[in-house]
Design a protein around this ligand. Structure first.
Ligand SMILES: O=P(O)(O)OC[C@H]1O[C@H](O)[C@H](O)[C@@H](O)[C@@H]1O
Length: 555
């Protein structure tokens, strides 16, 4: 029987099922799976929206796949997915839909967020963004008549990570101004950035869903002062634009309505790069490339919504993610793009994955009874091979890995670039093979003996040189490092995260866990600004603040 999306699977005995799956795989190896089923490499792969994805090196076979799909059914996955695409308020704790698919879904579909038609709103905002970007690419002038050559995105979290990742990943459109990012309240970041810019040529884009984030508001105030001091107060209206769901707050800052871009509360911050929150990236990429990014994501959305369960990529990968955490007890997940341009992808995914699913109570407020919440580790290959891969190969516990690579390098590579790209790909493919098959102790012993190594040395050296293998990974190959495939890749991760949340019964669309630190920081700030009140502070904080005041009093 299919479950309603509003009830949680925690009470359904799902935890026993995960234990049973662990039991099913006990003592079996990935290498053995390939021997048993020579068709495996063909069976567990799919081509969707320019991505070629291979999950044959995961603990899956026909029987276990059906059990995993049964678990999805039992968790109410189908009802959840239907409610997601129907714009129902599935973010229950905040009473909101999570309809980021409408941002890339085109106006031919009647997208509705909690019943309200939104396709027209999205199309209008895209038009406004196009006009703004066009003007910047055609010499839009600052207050003093100089063309704007630098755009600074001031924002943090979802209002920063996605746009910056896209700017690093994709080439700049002709005539695009240089795009910079200011996120941290650390004064070093603003000082270093502004020190290299000319106010007359700089436009600030204040991006904040709430228009209240402390770091963003502090940096916006600094930028405003910097512009006003150099060009006069009246220049603020020309040198600032904003993106927010709170246009009244933007107006209060002095930014005119025609430089204010909107998104809506049914778009979560970490799902917002498809909206005007991605405007800095659109300035860099240009509108045609941004539309291709949206189209790639929309293709993945259609696949996720319509493909049969047995072929549904986000569903199957999401189930395997949950299996790794909940059945096998492997909470860490590594994402390693073999592409310098995707250097920031793991950072972006850390927010997507851990802010969404870093929870331990379900939608009903009950403790989740099985291990959940993946911890995402990442870095680019081959650099990461020389950093944390030691642990992936010989650490005590497997860390499932997503390897990502593009078939060819960006741009129009010459033979020399293709040759180096082949080295990159060879490394990427070899790592998955090494993790899967490992290196037997007996083979190492034989090799050492044949090399004339003394027996007592072989005894202690061989175990250190052996590799356990049997460690799962996915391989995601992109046809090219272009906007369409990147859009599909990001949407694939979004939907995987959604599938994980369905199976764990948690709400992936709120982030209550970031609040307490913010509240306490506000209180700590008042004490750091004045005299610490001994009565109120906890002993560790009192000690730490005491040390800081002694440092400050010294100079
Ligand atoms: O866009 P803003 O409202 O400024 O929010 C920026 C970020 O702040 C918060 O700390 C949330 O944890 C993030 O999900 C959000 O993306």
């Amino acid at each position: 029987m299919r479950r309603d999306y509003q009830s949680s699977p925690a009470a359904s005995g799902a935890d026993m099922e995960w234990l049973a799956l662990a039991e099913y795989w006990r003592g079996r190896s990935l290498a053995g799976c390939f021997q048993e089923d020579p068709e495996r490499a063909r069976r567990y792969r799919a081509d969707v929206a320019g991505l070629h994805v291979d999950w044959s090196r995961q603990f899956i076979d026909e029987a276990s796949r059906d059990r995993l799909l049964g678990l999805a059914d039992g968790a109410g996955f189908h009802a959840w997915r239907e409610a997601l695409f129907a714009g129902e308020p599935i973010n229950r704790s905040e009473g909101r839909p999570a309809l980021h698919m409408a941002l890339r879904g085109g106006s031919e579909r009647d997208w509705r967020a909690a019943g309200e038609a939104v396709s027209g709103l999205v199309a209008r905002e895209l038009e406004a963004m196009a006009g703004f970007v066009e003007s910047l690419h055609h010499g839009r002038q600052g207050a003093g008549g100089k063309p704007i050559r630098h755009v600074v995105n001031i924002g943090i979290g979802g209002s920063h990570l996605g746009p910056e990742m896209l700017v690093k990943a994709l080439p700049a459109a002709e005539q695009a101004p240089a795009v910079h990012f200011l996120s941290n309240v650390d004064p070093d970041q603003a000082d270093r950035l502004l020190g290299g810019l000319d106010p007359a040529e700089t436009l600030f884009l204040i991006v904040s869903k709430t228009f209240t984030s402390k770091e963003t508001m502090e940096n916006a105030a600094i930028a405003r002062r910097w512009i006003a001091e150099a060009l006069g107060e009246e220049a603020v209206a020309t040198h600032f634009a904003a993106v927010s769901t709170a246009p009244d707050k933007v107006a209060g800052f002095g930014i005119p309505a025609d430089s204010t871009f909107r998104f809506w509360d049914w778009v979560g911050g970490r799902y917002s790069l498809w909206s005007a929150a991605g405007l800095a990236a659109v300035v860099h990429l240009g509108m045609p490339a941004f539309r291709a990014l949206l189209e790639g994501a929309a293709e993945m959305d259609r696949h996720f919504e319509q493909a049969p369960d047995q072929e549904n990529l986000p569903l199957l990968l999401g189930l395997l993610d949950v299996q790794s955490v909940s059945a096998f007890g492997w909470p860490v997940w590594a994402v390693v793009p073999y592409a310098d341009r995707l250097r920031l992808l793991p950072h972006y995914l850390q927010q997507l994955v851990m802010e969404s699913n870093g929870k331990s109570v379900n939608q009903d407020g009950q403790a989740v009874s099985i291990d959940c919440a993946p911890v995402l580790l990442g870095g680019i290959g081959t650099d990461a091979q020389h950093a944390f891969f030691q642990l992936l190969h010989q650490g005590p516990s497997p860390v499932p890995v997503d390897f990502i690579a593009a078939a060819r390098p960006a741009g129009s590579p010459d033979e020399s670039a293709m040759a180096r790209h082949r080295i990159l790909l060879a490394n990427c493919l070899a790592q998955g093979e090494a993790l899967c098959h490992g290196r037997l102790l007996s083979d190492v012993e034989m090799e050492l003996a044949e090399a004339g190594v003394a027996e007592e040395v072989v005894r202690y050296l061989a175990p250190q040189k052996a590799f356990p293998g049997n460690r799962p990974s996915n391989l995601i190959l992109m046809e090219s490092m272009g906007p369409r495939t990147l859009g599909a890749l990001i949407a694939l991760y979004e939907h995987r995260v959604f599938v994980q949340a369905c199976l764990w019964g948690i709400n992936p669309f709120d982030q209550m866990g970031v609040e307490l630190g913010k509240q306490l920081a506000k209180r700590a700030e008042t004490f750091l600004d004045g005299t610490p009140d001994d009565q109120v502070l906890d002993p560790a904080m009192r000690q730490q603040m005491g040390w800081l005041s002694r440092q400050w009093n010294r100079s």
